[in-house]
Design a protein around this ligand. Structure first.
Ligand SMILES: Cc1cc2nc3c(=O)[nH]c(=O)nc-3n(C[C@H](O)[C@H](O)[C@H](O)COP(=O)(O)O)c2cc1C
Length: 186
């Protein structure tokens, strides 16, 4: 699959079959992530790869944050089932001291964002699915996984074979004329 096809056809996958993810594919995925660009090549990312089913179920239970979801009318995080179903969950973390700060803006989120896109596109190109899960109970998640206070947890990524392989259109995108200015901001 070439890159433009991967970009066009990648969708957030939230339901997974019970087909295991081959160790070789998991390593290919992690190797690709490792090659992502980062602030001054500092590579602030750290990953916790969770395969244990009980731990994945516990991670899934922590994917709901009432203050965030309840006002939107959600009773669960839409990715909750997927976090328990997928044979692998990659927890993407950052050591902010290893990334940069420019005019008060910390860049670790950018570093992890880029690595996340590498992860999701590579997963897709390998026939796997994934989704960025950004909402979870941070305090309980770090207790569960033993993640130190100094390390930020940025996203959870269930990785597995999609339950449904049909190519979906996905939610609509803004038109280019809504998001692009040429020469000057108009
Ligand atoms: C930073 C970030 C956080 C996200 N958090 C969640 C989440 O907690 N739960 C979920 O089901 N999807 C989550 N998503 C997935 C988006 O809803 C999804 O990417 C978007 O609707 C576009 O759909 P597509 O990925 O299929 O193109 C997140 C995506 C990003 C980039």
């Amino acid at each position: 699959m070439d890159l433009s096809e991967a970009v066009k056809t990648r969708r957030s996958v939230r339901r997974f079959s019970n087909q295991p993810v081959e160790e070789e594919k998991l390593q290919t995925l992690l190797e690709a992530v490792r090659m992502s660009p980062s602030w001054a090549n500092r590579q602030c990312w750290r990953f916790v790869v969770v395969r244990d089913q009980k731990t994945r179920e516990a991670v899934s239970e922590l994917s709901y944050v009432e203050a965030f979801f309840a006002p939107k009318g959600y009773k669960v995080n839409p990715a909750k089932k997927g976090l328990a179903e997928a044979p692998v969950v990659v927890v993407a973390c950052a050591d902010p001291t290893e990334s940069g700060v420019l005019w008060d803006q910390p860049y670790y989120m950018t570093d992890i964002g880029i690595a996340s896109q590498t992860l999701m596109l590579t997963a897709h190109s390998l026939g796997l699915g994934s989704v960025f899960v950004g909402v979870f109970d941070d305090k309980k998640m770090r207790e569960l996984l033993g993640i130190p206070e100094a390390i930020k947890i940025v996203g959870l990524f269930p990785v597995g074979y999609p339950q449904d392989n049909t190519v979906k259109e996905g939610p609509p995108r803004k038109q280019l004329n809504e998001i692009v200015h040429y020469e000057k901001w108009k």
